[in-house]
Design a protein around this ligand. Structure first.
Ligand code: PNS
Length: 158
């Protein structure tokens, strides 16, 4: 069984993430969306909320499962027999850090990383920018799934 992990903070999931997950689900028997803790980022949604949102928006993909991890991504992959990590690359600016992580993960556990080019429609998109724009009342519909948009508006209205 060919298994891949799509890791990230997903705070919250965007249409760019969903595009990568959905394309990966056509290439692998199972795709495990791994909601990980990125200590350098402040979160808007709890891990449980993020998982619930991803499950909701990915429910049409029967081979996609969603889980969380508080440790190293490679340990998560090893424990689940996941051979590959799939990451979206939006621009050259993503590449340096992504390459560094890919090489570290390969050296730690021999886990391969496959880079998928982001749909140009979503090349400028990030969860952080979505949160910032939404915080100041900007329109982020079309950038996140509708259910995420609703949760985002409710959360920011508090
Ligand atoms: O969506 P993000 O925040 O860009 O995702 C980054 C993430 C969570 C994938 C990365 O920080 C990660 O893999 N964290 C898990 C801890 C880990 O394995 N760190 C070493 C990476 S080489």
């Amino acid at each position: 069984m060919r298994k891949a992990a799509c890791p990230g903070s997903f705070d919250p999931i965007t249409n760019g993430h969903l595009d990568i997950i959905s394309r990966a689900s056509r290439l692998f028997d199972e795709v495990v969306v791994a909601v990980l803790i990125n200590k350098s980022k402040a979160n808007l949604f709890t891990v449980e909320e993020r998982i619930e949102l991803i499950r909701e928006v990915a429910r049409d993909h029967s081979n996609v499962v969603v889980e969380s991890s508080h440790g190293l991504l490679v340990d998560f992959c090893r424990a689940r027999g996941i051979q590959a990590i799939v990451k979206g690359l939006r621009a050259v600016s993503d590449f340096d850090y992504e390459l560094q992580m890919a090489q570290m993960n390969h050296s730690l556990a021999g886990v391969e990383t496959l880079f998928m080019s982001t749909n140009p429609q979503y090349a400028f998109l990030s969860s952080s920018l979505v949160k910032e724009v939404a915080t100041y009342g900007g329109d982020v519909s079309g950038l996140v799934p509708d259910v995420v948009l609703k949760q985002l508006r409710e959360r920011l209205a508090r």
